[in-house]
Design a protein around this ligand. Sequence first.
Ligand code: ASP
Length: 434
Amino acid sequence: MFTVCKFGGSSVADSTQFKKIKDIVLADDRRRLVVVSAMGRRNKEDYKVTDMLYLTYAHVKYGGNYKSILDVIRARYQEAAAELHLDYDVAADFDKLEQRIQTGCSEEFLVSRGEYFCAKLMAAYLGYEFVDAADVVHFRYDGTVDDERTSRDIAAAFGAGKRVVIPGFYGSYPSGEVKLFSRGGSDITGAIVAKAVSADKYENWTDVSGVYMADPRIVDNPRHIAEVTYDELRELSYMGASVLHEETILPIREINIPIYILNTNAPQDKGTKICKDAAKSKQAITGIAGKKNFKAFTIVKDTAASKLKVIQAVLDIFDRFGVPVEHIPTSIDSFNVIVESKYTEKVTYDILTEIAKLDEVVSVDIDNDLALVAVVGRNMVTNTGISGAIFSIFGKHGINIKTIAQGTREINITVGIANADFEKCIRAIYEDMV
Ligand code: ASP
């Protein structure tokens, strides 16, 4: 029985955090596979190493003084190595990196070094073997993970009796070039490793004791969630609950490896368990999450034109510009396409122009002021009256609903409101429904 432990950026931010990790790892003999992020923030004013590495690359690219930024990063690793009395020669590795920068390296390679150095440091500190993610996490050229090859190589690297540390967040293309996951992707590495070794559990160690029913920055002391299903967590994290990268669940959902969200700074806390069949709960809803800054494109079509064809043509345009679509509420002669604004920053006018060119389209308009709030819960399917209760809350608090979506799985109800109503809306639902 093996447990995969992934430690996030704040858990590996300095030598004090490394010591907490050693205590955690040594407390349970099953914790033989450790995945780490790059060093994160030590306090609110601090910077994440990953962000500094992106900045370093921007300076390299535009001929700025990258060395001063790299020296700040170097100092953080050197300080931790010195405080932990490690033999690991951080300076030699950073010298090599500088040579590599001078001869030319990709942004993804440079940014991946945050995790790489952290894993080397952690391996030296725990006395575990360092396994480079570039050797075992394999991407195809289309950016998807080659599961079979990856599982095989991770399982091979983790032989009998071994204890290993693997850097999160990256792998490599068949050519050997480093490829990153999207931000926060060390969570995905942890899941991939858990799947490859058929771990008994995947512990995701962070700086909060699990998942809460609402964002604590919006709702005071929200209730803790003891157990949540994979599907609920995916909905919540997709809709902005910043606990886990939303893709973390995918590699292990089928084989039902439970994930535990745990707190490195309070390891005795119970945390949140994420699994297929979460324990029964009397709570009608499991959590509330949401995101601001969506756009709704309103397309009015010619009454004689086929709605399906127009929707297809319009979606094709969004696809061509690489803009993911959230919802498509429809009525007989018009429909909306709702997208996250960050994806359309540079292409809004191009998309409008292309849509307007379609013969069947009478007009196209944009509403730039949209936030989405999702109420998520596995019990919604068996409880009637939940949507009625939610909508009456909106009425009571004078919040105008712009869009509504609920799938037949009835795991979430998503409403669109004005950005300015966002916090008020989450508080109101929490106060009345929890
Ligand atoms: N260090 C990367 C980031 O900041 C990946 C991770 O921490 O998961 O996004």
